[in-house]
Design a protein around this ligand. Structure first.
Ligand code: HEC
Length: 401
């Protein structure tokens, strides 16, 4: 019953996390797009009123004409819309998911004893330390290097790469990836909470008091929201990475993570440049090409290498029997209609491996999980390396049966 309750918590938490994440990133993409498409207003009355840019758009059967003011408008209306709850709720639901899936769930997908023999409590502390530490270091660097954006970008790239490496020395591949994403996501939300929103509040207060706002609020907010823009794609990759064991299960998971994260940043850089097209005239294709080339190289490096080992004297049926014996011993405690493993109400992910058809149907998924050493979860059933290679080799031979 408890396991069933966890499944529901996980479903509702994930659903809400997706909804709020879409609302947040969607609004953030929209405002980056908006900012980069504004054109100087034609109407002299608008220019006099302090409008520095405007654009026209049609959407959902209506025409829209957003306008941006160069500084603070002469007067602010009583109703001013803020965009902050999307970010806060995305973070809160994300932390909830970390708790349900990685910290409290049955088995700990965070711990891989072949990487580091951590206790669940220690793993939890390390995970939270990365989230908090990431923000503290990042925030200090932004404050100290406020006027050296390029140097700051280089230092941030180096430090995030070190964090990716460090996480992969401590956690299972998928646990490391999700913590890398959660660390960047935490920085993004903290930017909104501690810097961008307080800055905007100070600007609004100044406007109400009829005094010129301190320009440092605008500068700081801009710096942080630029960082947030470039973190978005790497964060979103880590959020879906858990379905792709070929990435975090690779021989050098940290290098794969750094490579994909940089490809994401490069592609986002290109999109932002493209939005600005009207201003600069043309968009250099290099960031996009670099991002795509990076992804192609990673895909090539990670391709499954071993050619099928056809050197077996057994009949297809005998080969399959051996594989079934291994799976019965190592997987079926959890992957059965009524799992014997405590803490499991139903077969995880609906994958049952207690019938020949099921094994054959899931052969591809099985291979990915075995090659990534993601299954058996935490290797609770003590699967040996020989057994692992035997099942993989059988699948590579075309799963004879
Ligand atoms: C201790 C219980 C346990 C054992 C033993 C176990 N699994 Fe799993 N398996 C899980 C859980 C939990 C999940 C869901 C993971 C998640 O939430 O992404 C899962 C998911 C899977 C998936 C689907 C992955 C996905 O994300 O689509 C496959 C395939 C799989 N297991 C194969 C195996 C194989 C093969 C074995 C034996 C070598 C095995 N499992 C042993 C618990 C177990």
């Amino acid at each position: 019953m408890e396991a069933y309750l966890f499944d529901w918590l996980s479903l509702l938490g994930r659903w809400l996390h997706m909804i709020t994440g879409i609302a947040w990133i969607g609004a953030s993409f929209y405002f980056v797009w908006l900012d980069n498409h504004l054109e100087a207003p034609q109407d002299p009355r608008l220019r006099e009123a302090g409008v520095s840019g405007e654009l026209w758009a049609v959407h959902g059967g209506g025409f829209y004409n957003p306008q941006k003011y160069a500084g603070t408008p002469p007067s602010l209306p009583a109703k001013l819309h803020w965009f902050k709850w999307e970010a806060y709720t995305a973070w809160m639901t994300g932390m909830f998911m970390l708790g349900v899936v990685y910290y409290a769930g049955a088995g700990s997908p965070l711990i891989d004893r072949q990487v580091a023999d951590l206790s669940p409590a220690l793993a939890l502390c390390i995970g939270l330390a990365f989230l908090a530490g990431g923000w503290l270091i990042y925030d200090q660097l932004c404050k100290r290097l406020a006027s050296q954006n390029r140097l700051l970008a280089v230092i941030l790239a180096v430090l995030t790469s070190i964090a990716a490496w460090g996480l992969c020395q401590l956690f299972s591949g998928r646990g490391a990836y999700i913590h890398f994403g959660a660390m960047l996501g935490t920085i993004m939300v903290a930017n909104v909470f501690f810097v961008i929103i307080p800055g905007q509040r100070a600007m609004v207060d100044a406007a109400h008091a009829g005094i010129a706002p301190d320009p440092q609020h605008g500068r700081r907010g801009k710096q942080r929201s630029v960082h947030n823009t470039y973190f978005t794609l790497p964060v979103l990759f880590t959020m879906i990475s858990n379905h792709y064991p070929m990435t975090w299960g690779s021989a050098l998971p940290w290098l794969t993570l750094i490579g994909i994260a940089f490809a994401g940043v490069a592609i986002r850089i290109w999109f932002v440049m493209r939005h600005k097209q009207q201003v600069t005239g043309k968009t250099s294709p290099w960031p996009l090409l670099a991002g795509i080339a990076g992804l192609i190289v990673i895909a090539l490096v990670l391709r499954p290498s071993a050619g099928p080992d056809t050197n077996t004297a057994d009949t297809p049926a005998a080969q399959f029997t051996k594989v079934q014996q291994i799976i019965n011993a190592r997987c079926v405690v959890c992957h059965a209609a009524a799992p014997a493993q405590p803490g499991f109400a139903t077969a995880p992910k609906g994958i049952r491996l207690d019938t020949p058809e099921q094994i054959l149907n899931h052969a591809h998924a099985l291979r990915a999980q075995l090659a990534a050493r993601a299954m058996p979860l935490g290797n609770v059933t003590n699967m040996t390396d020989q057994e692992r290679s035997a099942v993989i080799a059988w699948i590579d031979r075309g799963a004879p049966h």
